[in-house]
Design a protein. Structure first.
Length: 211
C-alpha cells in the first residue's frame, strides 16, 4: 500500500515539473532585409548580402559598361599656312570703247585694241598709243606678275596726263576721257613705308591723364 502511494506521488510530481516534452523548440527563421516589403506589395523580398558581394557586383557592372568616347573638335592653327593658289594666266590686253562704262561692262564699240606678249618684263619701255577719236571706257587685263600699267592722257601723243590704270587679272570697266594711252609693264610694286609720325605733344603745364 505504501509503495503504491509513493508511485502515485512521484508520477504527480513528474507531471508538474516542466520537461523537454512540454517545451517549445524555436527554429531559426531566415532573415530578410528589414527594408523589404511583404508579399502583398508585389515586391519580392531580398535576403541580406555581404558587403564584399555588393562591391564585387558593382565592379562587374562597371567592367561590363562600355566606355563612352567623345569626339572633340580641336581648333588647329598651322605654323606654316599653305600659300594662296596661283593666278590663272591671262593675256596682256587693253580694250578701249567709244561708249561710257555700264554697270558691269563698257558700252559701245572697240576703238583701240592692244595685245602684248608675255611675260610683261619684256615691255618695260613705255609705249604711247593714240586713240582714233575719243574713248570713254577701257578694260586693262593682265596678271599681277606682269606688272603692267597704263597712263591715261586727255590729248593725243600722250599729253596732258589725267589718270593711271593698273592691269588686273579680271575684266573691269575703267571710265575716263581718253585720247591717248601709255602702256608699260615690268613695274615692281612696292609697299610704302609706314608713316613715322611723332607722338602727341602735350602743351606746357598739362598733365597726361592716367587710367
Amino acid at each position: 500500500m505504501k509503495s503504491s502511494n509513493l508511485i502515485i506521488t512521484a508520477a504527480a510530481l513528474w507531471l508538474q515539473l516542466p520537461g523537454v516534452w512540454g517545451q517549445r523548440i524555436r527554429l531559426n527563421e531566415p532573415t530578410t532585409d528589414p527594408t523589404s516589403i511583404n508579399q502583398n506589395s508585389e515586391i519580392a523580398e531580398t535576403p541580406f548580402l555581404p558587403d564584399e558581394a555588393l562591391i564585387e557586383q558593382g565592379d562587374e557592372q562597371e567592367k561590363e559598361a562600355p566606355e563612352a568616347t567623345e569626339n572633340l573638335a580641336i581648333n588647329r592653327t598651322d605654323t606654316n599656312p599653305t600659300a594662296p593658289p596661283a593666278e590663272q594666266p591671262v593675256p596682256i590686253s587693253a580694250l578701249l570703247f567709244a561708249g561710257a562704262p555700264g554697270p558691269k561692262a563698257c558700252r559701245g564699240t572697240v576703238v583701240l585694241s592692244i595685245n602684248l606678249a608675255k611675260p610683261g618684263m619684256q615691255h618695260a619701255t613705255p609705249r604711247c598709243y593714240n586713240v582714233p577719236g575719243v574713248a570713254q571706257c577701257g578694260n586693262f587685263v593682265a596678271n599681277k606678275d606682269d606688272g603692267c600699267q597704263a597712263r591715261i592722257f586727255a590729248e593725243p601723243d600722250c599729253r596732258t596726263f589725267s589718270n593711271l590704270a593698273v592691269f588686273i587679272p579680271e575684266t573691269r570697266a575703267f571710265g575716263g576721257y581718253v585720247r591717248s594711252v601709255e602702256v608699260r609693264c615690268g613695274v615692281v610694286s612696292t609697299a610704302p613705308p609706314p608713316l613715322n609720325l611723332p607722338g602727341l605733344q602735350l602743351p606746357p603745364g598739362a598733365m597726361q591723364a592716367v587710367g
